[in-house]
Design a protein around this ligand. Structure first.
Ligand code: SIN
Length: 284
């Protein structure tokens, strides 16, 4: 989306246009922005309540809704979470009110031989649902699945060498496991999407463990098939906004400690979009 200046307040028509574009495309990029933290927060706040992450100490000063994602150090100390989102997942699927959108502002993007590193990869959950075999569709119809914040957190510690400490009892209490339907009607497109993800989904409710594991294993492989994927190659000053109902994503860690990446992120909850606050009719 070109021609937008996110330092100024958007009118209702512009907000609806962005919501519609995010619903239609799953992910949109608004390039060439020069934003202060207050601008990023004000833009993001147009779309719903902003989450304050329960586990992060890397919050923007004075703006706890903005989380800093970075591998950079200052005085030998990390300035941001260095390994956020480095595997397939859906942000906030572990939350009782799920997230509508993530909004990321790219400030430093690593380059090697002129090519950007540290892309963000997406898979399309409309397509994933629409191409499910009939048998699997039947077996997940009307089902809910449990999502657990601790699953992804521990996976990062176990498999990716993350230095993040285990979640505290208090952090786990703030985000207990929750259940959501496995197939959702998308609030903007009106079409069905698969709502499960390798990062946080742990089991299918009311199903024997062996069958639940078998179906989830199938779904995780199916939903990440290369033909459903899109990669955003970042440029500095991009604002990237994506729909957490209709995509899963993965931050690709193909850069080294001296190749600096700095991104600021807001997570927009689904309160407004689920209340149809934007008057965007489903695009059936
Ligand atoms: C995230 O999962 O929100 C982080 C994505 C990224 O840094 O590319």
């Amino acid at each position: 989306m070109d021609g937008l200046d996110l330092t100024r307040a958007l009118n209702a028509e512009e907000v609806r246009g962005i919501v519609r574009a995010v619903g239609e495309h799953g992910v949109i990029c608004i390039p060439d922005q020069k934003l202060e933290p207050a601008h990023l927060k004000a833009f993001s706040g147009n779309f719903g309540e902003l989450e304050i992450n329960v586990a992060s100490s890397f919050q923007e000063k004075g703006h706890p809704e903005i989380m800093i994602l970075s591998n950079m150090l200052e005085d030998g100390k990390p300035i941001g979470l260095a390994d956020a989102g480095q595997d397939w997942h859906t942000d906030m699927s572990y939350s009782s009110t799920v997230a509508f959108a993530n909004i990321l502002y790219g400030i430093k993007i690593p380059l090697r031989d002129g090519r950007p590193l540290g892309c963000t990869a997406f898979c399309d959950m409309h397509k994933a649902y629409e191409t499910l075999p009939d048998d699997i569709r039947r077996r997940i119809a009307g089902r809910t699945a449990t999502h657990d914040f601790n699953k992804f957190w521990e996976k990062m510690r176990r498999e990716k060498g993350s230095t993040r400490p285990p979640l505290t009892e208090e952090q786990r209490r703030k985000k207990p496991p929750v259940s959501h339907p496995m197939v959702l009607t998308h609030p903007i497109t009106g079409r069905s999407v698969l709502y499960a993800n390798p990062g946080y989904t742990v089991s299918i409710d009311g199903m024997e463990a062996g069958e639940s594991d078998e179906i989830l294993e199938f779904l995780f492989a199916h939903q990440t098939r290369p033909e459903f994927q899109h990669r955003h190659l970042w440029a500095e000053n991009d604002v990237l906004m994506w729909d957490n109902f209709a995509t899963i994503h993965n931050a690709i860690a193909d850069y080294g400690p001296q190749e600096h990446r700095l991104i600021k992120r807001c997570q927009v909850m689904a309160d407004k979009v689920l209340a149809n606050a934007f008057g965007v009719r489903p695009l059936t």
